[in-house]
Each structure stands twice: as structure tokens, then as C-alpha cells.
Design a protein. Structure first.
Length: 506
């Protein structure tokens, strides 16, 4: 039987001394609850010690004004209300009342969840909002509309068969067999009806009639809107080689894709992963956890060089090799012949399972056909509004003016998609919020997380602090002396500090 974990630190109901604060925090407990005391200016707050996203240790986070940022994936919580103000956390943390007596601080009872203090929907808010897409951006937008007390209708149209899921998990713990399927839904099935969100699954949107302000469905039962959010995400690039349509050849985007890979993995001895992308490599790691022999075939000479630079790329290769992955670099799969992957070099690899991770393409067809401005993505302004006033776009499809790099950029990051969904929701309610978050993504390979903040498409210098080999490092990517992005392994608090520096730099 699992041992019950005793909460650590002092019993905060018995009081702690003001001088016991370290780095502005004291980790203790109230009964069975782990509670964190946090100093922010002259005030002291008591909140849950763990993040509501993946349970990250908030004691290792960074306090910014009256908010606390999580070290793992940079969620942000309002210390006064507990509200999760920045994704990827969407659920508030709990708050306790605090009392000072002389120099001692006592934590009293848990507070009823305080109301978020952020702006509410304007009285002239639209009455019907349609969201196309049931992924990161679409879900975060719907949730935020209700959080902002929007009382009108929300219709969320998704051609997926599953309600919104935690997509990053599909190439990590769930695929590795370390997470049950009930961890995947972003909310329980009854959340949608309970919050007046008309989620329509298996619903293909085929067009937008901008003049009639209607979304066109395959069923021809068109859905009218006052405001429309396009959040159609991206789709995996499919292989175009002989054998690509064999049943054991997969791509990975949806829960259905992931279930199919897991089903084949149960009997597979050997897998070939095509492409050394983040997804390809995460899939390789997950399949190794299932003790399947894994071969990765990719055209580049060096892994991840274009995204992370040569030093981290070489580390990734060594890390995967240490876990038994066999690389076939500077090679491609020319054909799949039954259970054999035939390489361009002439080699043949036995493969009971093939997963292609060769990139994604943003799903732009709806916007394009409607005549909405496209610029290597759906072009949006800093309010995430497209070239058409009532139509917004967020997530993998959106190209926005990034205040930090000065470029217009489009990224494929979970946290960015959710935060854009949240900002677009506020702007559909007329709240005029700029999207100015510094991009952030993470990736996980075995027990090694990589956190990346900022955006560096091209750089001329990488400076390295710490040791990559010892998995304790921070890399700064600069162009003409300007800091563009930072990647780190096990330097989470510093990564958060770098996020702050990037925010303040423009
Ligand atoms: C396996 C996997 C692992 C990942 N891991 C990470 C990670 O670790 N870190 C990270 O930062 N990012 C990660 N990503 C990327 C991240 O998931 C995406 O950036 C994010 O999901 C984008 O959100 P989105 O809302 O734009 O699109 P999506 O989440 O893809 O949602 C798009 C939705 O639109 C629907 N749709 C599309 N077209 C139509 C249509 N015509 N009609 C109706 N519905 C439609 C789709 O069914 C889907 O529901 C991962 C992606 C994958 C696939
Ligand atoms: S665990 Fe806190 S943001 Fe992920």
C-alpha cells in the first residue's frame, strides 16, 4: 500500500517568525494541506504550495508584484485571489487568511475561493460567440469567456471526436504508459454543459460566410456569430512515400492517433520514428519506456541544430543514445514495404510500428477561402484580430507582431496557444488587451525537461552557463548582442527570471 506523505515544514497555524522567510517564502502546512507563505511588498499571502497544472512546486517559483509564477511551465497566479491569470494553469490555487501578531505570522482558515479581480465582460458584449477548434486556444478562450462573466452563447465546433485534451501529454507520459487516460481531458465531460458551452464534436466546419456572419458546416446547418474565433491548429505533414498508408504507419496529433500508436506498440518489437522533431524524439523516448527498440531516421546531420543550436542538439543525441535509441541521420525512409522501412541509403529496418514526426502545417484553409489576410499564417494584430473586424485567430495558425523580437511570428507552443485563446476571448468582449506574452515552450525527454523562453529564429551567439552534460545549464541565444531566447535544463527559477528580463527589455 502507498505510504501516506506527511506535509513538510512548520505547522503554519502555530505561527512562524518574520525572519524565517527565505527568498520571500516559507513552505509549511495547515493540517494535511501544503501551504506556501509568500511575501509580496508589505503583504503576506498564504496559498497552495502546488501548481494546478502539473503540481509544480510553487516554493521554487518567482514572485512578480502580487503574482506568483510556477517554475515548471510558467503559469501565473494572482496571490490575492488565487486566479490562474496565465496558462497553462487554468484552475485557481487555494488561498488562506493570514494574521500577524507582533513579529509572528499565523495562517488561519482556508478562504472561500475569492472572485477574480480582473475585468468583466462589457455590458455591450456580443451575444453569440463561435469558436472553431477544440484544442488549446479554443478551450482556453471558452473558459476565459465564462471567467469574465460573459453571459451570451458560446458554440465550440471541433472535428475531433474527443473533448479538448492535454495534447502535450500525448507524446509523453500517456504514450509511455505512465499516465492514465483520465488525466488527459482538460475538463470533465460535464464541464461544457454546466458552463453553457455548446461543444459540438465530430463537426467539420467547411467555410465562413463573412457577409452573413455564419460558419458553414458539412451538415449545412450554419451557425451564426457576432464574434468568431479561429483556432484550427495545425496538422501533421503526411508521408508521401510508398507504404505511407499502411495501418502500422502513424502520425500523432489527436487522442485517436495516440490510442492507435499505443495499440500497435503493445505488440511491436521494433519501431521506426521518421523525423527528429520534438514530437519525433518525444515519441522515441515514450516507446523506449515501453521497451520497444527504436530507430530514428532523419535527414539532418545534427539533431535540433536549427532550433536549439549544436551544443544542445549533440546533448539530445547523446541522451537518446544513452537510452538505447539508434539514429540513422543524413538518411530518409524512401518506402515502407510491409514490416520493412527501406532507407534511401539502401539499408532496410524491420518496423512493426512507424511514426512520422516530420513537421506540421497550420490549418489555414477556412481563413484563406473566406478572404481573411494570410501571411504564412493567419495575420493578426497585437489584439489577435484578423483583417476582418469580428474575426479573431489564436494558436498555431496565428502570426502576430511580437513586441519582443520586433518580428511577426507564428509558433507551435501549447502555452502560447492557450494564452492567445485567453487574450482573444477578452478582446471579443471588447476588453482591448494586447497579446504581449514572451513565447514559452517545454519539451520532455526521459527525465530531462527543456524549458525555452523567447523566440530566436536566427542567432549569431550562444552563451552557455553551467554544464549541458551534467544537465544543469542555461543557454542564451543572441543576435547582434540582443538577447532573443533562453533554453535551460533544471534551472527553472533562472528561466523565469530570464522571462522577466525579456518582458522588461522592450
Ligand atoms: C503530440 C504533441 C505533443 C506536443 N507537446 C508540446 C509540448 O510539450 N510543449 C509545447 O509547447 N507544445 C507542444 N505541442 C504543440 C501544442 O500542442 C500546440 O501548439 C497546440 O495544441 C496548438 O493549439 P491550437 O489550439 O492552435 O491547435 P490544436 O490544439 O491542434 O486544436 C485545433 C482544433 O481545431 C480543430 N479543427 C481544425 N480544423 C477544423 C475544422 N475545419 N472544423 C472543425 N474543427 C477543426 C481540431 O480538431 C482541434 O480540435 C505538442 C503537440 C503535439 C501534437
Ligand atoms: S506545473 Fe506549473 S505550469 Fe506546469
Amino acid at each position: 500500500m502507498a505510504q501516506e506523505q506527511k506535509p513538510t515544514g512548520p505547522d503554519l497555524t502555530k505561527g512562524v517568525a518574520a525572519e524565517d522567510f527565505r527568498d520571500g517564502k516559507i513552505l509549511g502546512h495547515v493540517g494535511e494541506d501544503e501551504v506556501l507563505l509568500v511575501q509580496a511588498g508589505h503583504e503576506i499571502f498564504a496559498v497552495s504550495a502546488h501548481c494546478t497544472h502539473y503540481h509544480g512546486p510553487l516554493a521554487e517559483g518567482v514572485v512578480v508584484g502580487e503574482s506568483l509564477r510556477c517554475p515548471w511551465h510558467h503559469a501565473c497566479f494572482d496571490l490575492r485571489t488565487g486566479e490562474a491569470t496565465r496558462a497553462p494553469a487554468l484552475v485557481p490555487i487555494q488561498c488562506w487568511t493570514v494574521e500577524r501578531r507582533g513579529t509572528r505570522i499565523f495562517v488561519k482558515q482556508k478562504r472561500e475561493q475569492p472572485k477574480p479581480r480582473s475585468k468583466k465582460a462589457r455590458p455591450d458584449a456580443p451575444t453569440s460567440i463561435v469558436i472553431v477548434g477544440g484544442g488549446a486556444a479554443g478551450f482556453a478562450a471558452a473558459e476565459m469567456l465564462r471567467r469574465r462573466d460573459y453571459g451570451g452563447s458560446i458554440v465550440m465546433l471541433s472535428n475531433d471526436s474527443a473533448p479538448p485534451v492535454d495534447r502535450p501529454n500525448l507524446s509523453k507520459d500517456y504514450l509511455a504508459g505512465n499516465a492514465p487516460e483520465d488525466w488527459l481531458p482538460l475538463r470533465p465531460d460535464d464541464f461544457y454543459a454546466a458552463n453553457g458551452i455548446d461543444l459540438r464534436l465530430n463537426t467539420e466546419v467547411t467555410g465562413i460566410d463573412l457577409r452573413a456572419r455564419e460558419v458553414i458546416l458539412v451538415s449545412q446547418k450554419n451557425v451564426p456569430y457576432d464574434r468568431l474565433l479561429l483556432a484550427t491548429g495545425a496538422e501533421p505533414v503526411r508521408l508521401s512515400i510508398p507504404g505511407a498508408d499502411l495501418p502500422h504507419v502513424h502520425t500523432l496529433r489527436s487522442l485517436v492517433d495516440c490510442r492507435a500508436i499505443i495499440s500497435d506498440a503493445k505488440s511491436a518489437r521494433r519501431a521506426v520514428v521518421i523525423g527528429a522533431s520534438f514530437i519525433g524524439l518525444e515519441v522515441a523516448a515514450a516507446l523506449r519506456a515501453r521497451e520497444i527498440e527504436v530507430h530514428v531516421v532523419a535527414p539532418e546531420a545534427r539533431l535540433m541544430e536549427r532550433v536549439l543550436g549544436p551544443q544542445l542538439g549533440d546533448f539530445m543525441r547523446a541522451l537518446h543514445q544513452e537510452h538505447g535509441v539508434i539514429f540513422h541521420l543524413q538518411d530518409t525512409v524512401a518506402a515502407i514495404d510491409g514490416n520493412r522501412a527501406l532507407l534511401k541509403s539502401g539499408d532496410a529496418l524491420e518496423a512493426n510500428l512507424v511514426v512520422a514526426g516530420i513537421g506540421v502545417r497550420p490549418r489555414l484553409a477556412l481563413a484563406e477561402q473566406a478572404g481573411i489576410k494570410i501571411d504564412r499564417g493567419v495575420a493578426v494584430d497585437s489584439y489577435l484580430q484578423t483583417s476582418v473586424r469580428d474575426v479573431f485567430a489564436a494558436g498555431d495558425i496565428a502570426r502576430w507582431p511580437d513586441a519582443h523580437s520586433g518580428d511577426s511570428i507564428r509558433v507551435e507552443h501549447w502555452v502560447v496557444a492557450e494564452r492567445q485563446g485567453q487574450t482573444a476571448a477578452c478582446n471579443m468582449l471588447g476588453l482591448n488587451e494586447r497579446f504581449d506574452a514572451v513565447p514559452f515552450f517545454w519539451s520532455q525527454h526521459y527525465d530531462v525537461p527543456i524549458n525555452y523562453v523567447g523566440h530566436a529564429e536566427h542567432w549569431d551567439q550562444i552563451s552557455i552557463e553551467g554544464s549541458i552534460e551534467q544537465r544543469d545549464c542555461l543557454l542564451r541565444y543572441k543576435r547582434a548582442g540582443k538577447l532573443l531566447a533562453v533554453a535551460s535544463i533544471f534551472r527553472d527559477a533562472e528561466n523565469l527570471q530570464e522571462e522577466l528580463a525579456l518582458e522588461q527589455a522592450h
